[in-house]
Design a protein around this ligand. Structure first.
Ligand SMILES: NC(=O)c1ccc[n+]([C@@H]2O[C@H](COP(=O)([O-])OP(=O)(O)OC[C@H]3O[C@@H](n4cnc5c(N)ncnc54)[C@H](O)[C@@H]3O)[C@@H](O)[C@H]2O)c1
Length: 317
């Protein structure tokens, strides 16, 4: 899809063929544990070369050592030089970067929400969540785009190889999650990045999609939090479901500008589903038709050289 309107929802209910992933090179940030480990394992099982970038050298090296052909690069996604080294190393080892999963993320207690008491001046909030979840992911997005252009140039052609950036949202990218304004804003933000890139990525043979997990038991929250979710009767999706959802997005070159929700089986037959909330075509809600018209008539895609919004009205392809 080079800038055309995204089409029908992704079919999440069949045994897809992941064979186009074999032989490709994939970077997974935060790939040493939790959901990132599941993405790493799924990609390895699909015969991709996986480059794990994570803060945790012990866990990351052990995982890479257990998956022949994978490598680990100690990485802090909030540090530009560190992420640049991760991508450089991937290119040196495997001569190109095809898939990038911008997975590293944190969800600590949110200082923006905290009340310091009526008699205490509020302290400057700690914005680490923004640093990791937004700054880190934007660094990853820039590098993914750079390496996609390096592989494919900037002139669309059938010879371009498939590349794909996967951004990580959350249920917090569309549901109200009280008490966590930084986390919620960072996850809505990933949908924003996808919307900004999906009509231009095709110029570079590329795609951009989002995976949005609902609760999946990892170390991102306390185990008591996950127990409480199960306590109200929710049978959470598993990390393996998330791994398969990633492969589903990568398995089909036509999938661009989409978001899959990793959700309990109660709501999704295989642990992931396309909610189809990122497009306005045919949308029935009040204002949907208006948004569809503005989007289609006034905001046209273009290559990176056109700059921000340039060529928008009446331009593009
Ligand atoms: N688990 C869930 O319920 C859930 C739900 C919605 C979204 N998510 C998202 O999924 C992603 C992964 O979450 P998880 O549950 O696996 O978390 P996790 O805490 O279990 O694992 C996170 C991994 O990222 C690494 N990491 C953290 N900061 C880093 C940094 N600055 N640079 C490099 N690596 C770093 C950690 O070392 C760890 O290996 C996050 O973006 C998170 O927001 C998770």
């Amino acid at each position: 899809m080079t800038g055309s309107t995204p089409t029908t929802p992704v079919n999440c209910d069949f045994d897809f063929d992941p064979s186009i992933i074999a032989g490709k090179t994939a970077i997974v940030t935060g790939g040493a544990s939790g959901l990132g480990e599941a993405y790493t394992r799924a990609l390895h099982a699909a015969k991709a070369n996986v480059v794990i970038g994570d803060l945790n050298a012990k866990t990351g090296s052990a995982l890479a050592a257990s998956l022949p052909g994978s490598i680990f690069v100690e990485t802090d996604v909030t540090n530009w030089a560190s992420q640049l080294r991760l991508f450089q190393r991937a290119e040196q080892e495997f001569r190109g970067v095809h898939y990038v999963v911008a997975n590293a993320g944190i969800a600590p207690k949110d200082d923006v929400f905290a009340f310091s008491g009526p008699d205490t001046e509020p302290a400057e909030p700690d914005l680490r969540t923004i640093d990791v979840n937004i700054r880190g992911a934007l660094y990853t997005a820039k590098l993914a785009l750079h390496y996609a252009i390096k592989l494919n140039g900037t002139i669309p052609s059938p010879a371009q190889v498939d590349t794909c950036l996967i951004l990580i949202g959350s249920g917090a990218a569309f549901l109200d999650c009280p008490r966590g304004p930084q986390y919620q804003c960072s996850k809505w933000g990933m949908r924003g990045v996808m919307h900004a890139l999906r009509r231009t990525a095709g110029f570079y043979g590329g795609r951009v999609n989002v995976l949005s997990p609902w609760y999946v038991r990892t170390n991102i929250l306390t185990q008591e939090t996950f127990d409480a979710v199960e306590g109200v009767g929710v049978q959470m999706a598993t990390t393996e479901d998330a791994g398969r959802a990633l492969l589903r997005l990568l398995s089909d070159r036509e999938i661009n500008g989409k978001m899959l929700f990793i959700a309990p089986r109660k709501w999704s037959s295989r642990g992931y589903v396309d909610l189809d909330i990122d497009d306005y075509a045919g949308t029935q809600f009040h204002g949907g038709k208006l948004l569809e018209e503005i989007q289609e008539d006034q905001i046209k895609p273009g290559p990176v050289s056109l700059g921000l919004f340039a060529g928008s009205v009446g331009g593009g392809r």
